[in-house]
Ligand binder design. Structure first.
Ligand SMILES: [Zn+2]
Length: 124
């Protein structure tokens, strides 16, 4: 008679419906799950003070220097440079830069962009 195998339990993410065989995989996913409230950056909820830039940067991997482009985020009101949980997941070097902070989940400067401003943006 077949016996259930050890370690064959499914682990389900607390925030979405993804399932994993190994607990460590599930925990890793949960940490970077887009549905995780800890990753629900307020700036991404269409805050009009969020400025998104593409910038060139120099990186180094296996002793080879390369240039690439990366997306950077700045709050236009505070001038604060920020990074999101996606940068954390990708282990982006920006995460360890001293003048950069993790994007907030709550913020008193938050201002949702209005529909009118969205239209203006599209046609400017
Ligand atoms: Zn999930």
């Amino acid at each position: 008679m077949p016996q259930p195998l050890e370690n064959c339990t499914n682990y389900k993410c607390d925030h979405c419906s993804k399932k994993y065989f190994r607990k460590c995989d599930a925990s890793k996913h949960e940490r970077y799950c887009s549905q995780n409230p800890a990753n629900n950056h307020l700036c991404f909820q269409m805050c009009k003070n969020l400025v998104r830039w593409e910038e060139e940067y120099e990186g180094c991997r296996d002793e080879i220097v390369f240039t690439g482009t990366r997306t950077t985020f700045t709050c236009i009101l505070s001038g604060q440079k920020m990074y999101s949980y996606i940068a954390e997941r990708k282990r982006h070097p920006v995460v360890t830069e001293p003048d950069t902070v993790r994007m907030p989940l709550e913020c008193d400067k938050y201002a949702r962009i209005t529909e009118q401003e969205q239209w203006d943006d599209l046609f400017s």
